[in-house]
Design a binder for this molecule. Structure first.
Ligand code: PEP
Ligand code: MN
Length: 336
C-alpha cells in the first residue's frame, strides 16, 4: 500500500510513520516529491492498513493489492476447479444446476429430477429452508424436505444443492447436500459463513442483491480463510432502479469476478429475471459471457408452485433451453 502524506506533513510525523511501519515488521520506502511525500509500504500484513491510515500526517492510503487475498487471482493465477462427484465446476464444461425454488413433495422433485437426468444435467436444486421476504409465505419443508432430496437424489443418481439459512442448520444441510447454498440475503451472515467453512463441502455463495463484487469476494474470503477452499460465486441480480425485471442481472460481474478471482462463477437467471420468459435469454448471455454454470428454477407445474412460480421454467421449456445452451457453449469454446 502507499501512504500519501498531507501537504504540511512534518519531519517528525514522517519519522513516526516509518517507525510504526517497521514496528509492524514491514518495510517503508520514502519518496519525497515536490508537492507531496509518499511512503510505500512493503510486506504482508492485511491488518496494517487500519493501523496506518489514522497516523498523524497521513492524508490517505492507497491499497495496491485487493483486500481479499485467498480469493484473488493475483495470488492464484490459475482457475480453481471444484470437483463434486463426477462434476467439475470451473472447468471447460458448463454445469447446469436446476430444480424447483422449494421442495414441495417427492412427486414434484422427482418430475424435475427425471428431466434433469434425461438431458444430462447432474445437479438438482431445491430449497427446504426458504428465506422469504414475508413471514406469511411458505417457509420450506425443513428436515422433511431434506429427506425428499435424499430419496430423489438416490433414485435418479443426481447431486444436490440446497440452502442453509442459519449456522444451526448448516451441519444438518451438509448431511444431505453435495453443495451448500448461501443465499443472497445471507451473503454477509458471517457466523453462517464460518460455520459452512468448517464443513469441507463446496459452498455456492450468492451475491447479495445490494452488495458489490468486492463485498462478495470478501465473503468468499471468510470461507477460504477459515479453511474451506471450495467456493463457487453466483451472480443472481442486483437491485437497481429498474422494475420491469425483479432484479438486474449484472452480466458484467461474470468477466469482472473472473478477472479479480480464480473461483468459478455461475449465474442464476431466474431470480434476476423474476419471470420465466426472460430466463432463456439471460442463461445464453451468461454462457456467452464466460459463466461456468447456471442455477435455474424449473417446476412441473409452475402455476401451483408454492414459491417463485412466475420465474420457474416448465420442464419442456427447460429441455429446449439445454439444447440451445449446448450450441452457445460450443460457440464460445465450452462444452455442455
Ligand atoms: C433461491 O435460490 O431459491 C433463492 C432464495 O435465491 P436468492 O438467495 O438469490 O434470492
Ligand atoms: Mn426461488
Amino acid at each position: 500500500m502507499i501512504l500519501v502524506m498531507t501537504r504540511d506533513v512534518t519531519k517528525g510525523e514522517i519519522d513516526h510513520a516509518i517507525k510504526t511501519i517497521e514496528s509492524l515488521g514491514l518495510k517503508a520506502h520514502l519518496n519525497a516529491g515536490l508537492e507531496r511525500t509518499v511512503i510505500s509500504v512493503v510486506g504482508d500484513d492485511p491488518s496494517a492498513a487500519s493501523k496506518l491510515e489514522n497516523l498523524p500526517g497521513v492524508d490517505r492510503l492507497i491499497p495496491v493489492l485487493p483486500p481479499f487475498k485467498l480469493a484473488s487471482r493475483d495470488l492464484h493465477p490459475q482457475d480453481t476447479i471444484i470437483e463434486v462427484g463426477s462434476v467439475r465446476i470451473g472447468a471447460q464444461e458448463i454445469v447446469v444446476m436446476a430444480g424447483p425454488c422449494a421442495v414441495e413433495s417427492c412427486e414434484q422433485l422427482s418430475k424435475a429430477a427425471q428431466v434433469l437426468r434425461d438431458c444430462g444435467c447432474k445437479i438438482l436444486r431445491g430449497g427446504v429452508f426458504k428465506p422469504r421476504s414475508s413471514p406469511y409465505n411458505f417457509q420450506g419443508l425443513g428436515r422433511e424436505g431434506l429427506e425428499i432430496i435424499a430419496a430423489v437424489k438416490r433414485e435418479f443418481g443426481l447431486l444436490a444443492v440446497t440452502e442453509a439459512t442459519s449456522p444451526q442448520d448448516a451441519e444438518l444441510v451438509a448431511q444431505y447436500a453435495d453443495i451448500i447454498q448461501i443465499g443472497a440475503r445471507n451473503m454477509q451472515n458471517f457466523a453462517l459463513l464460518r460455520e459452512v467453512a468448517k464443513i469441507k463441502k463446496p459452498v455456492l455463495l450468492k451475491r447479495g442483491m445490494m452488495s458489490t463484487m468486492e463485498e462478495l469476494l470478501l465473503c468468499a474470503e471468510y470461507i477460504l480463510s477459515s479453511g474451506n477452499r471450495y467456493v463457487i460465486l453466483c451472480e443472481r441480480g442486483i437491485r437497481t432502479f429498474e422494475n420491469y425485471t425483479r432484479y438486474t442481472l449484472d452480466i458484467s460481474a461474470v468477466p469482472a469476478l473472473k478477472r479479480h478471482s480464480h473461483l468459478p462463477v455461475i449465474v442464476d437467471p431466474s431470480h434476476a429475471a423474476g419471470h420465466w420468459s426472460y430466463v432463456a435469454a439471460l442463461s445464453k448471455a451468461a454462457v456467452a459471457a464466460g459463466a461456468d454454470g447456471l442455477l435455474i428454477e424449473i417446476h412441473p407445474d409452475p402455476e401451483s408452485a408454492l414459491c417463485d412460480g412466475k420465474q420457474c421454467l416448465r420442464l419442456n421449456r427447460f429441455v429446449e433451453l439445454v439444447g440451445e445452451l449446448r450450441r452457445v457453449a460450443q460457440s464460445v469454446g465450452r462444452k455442455m
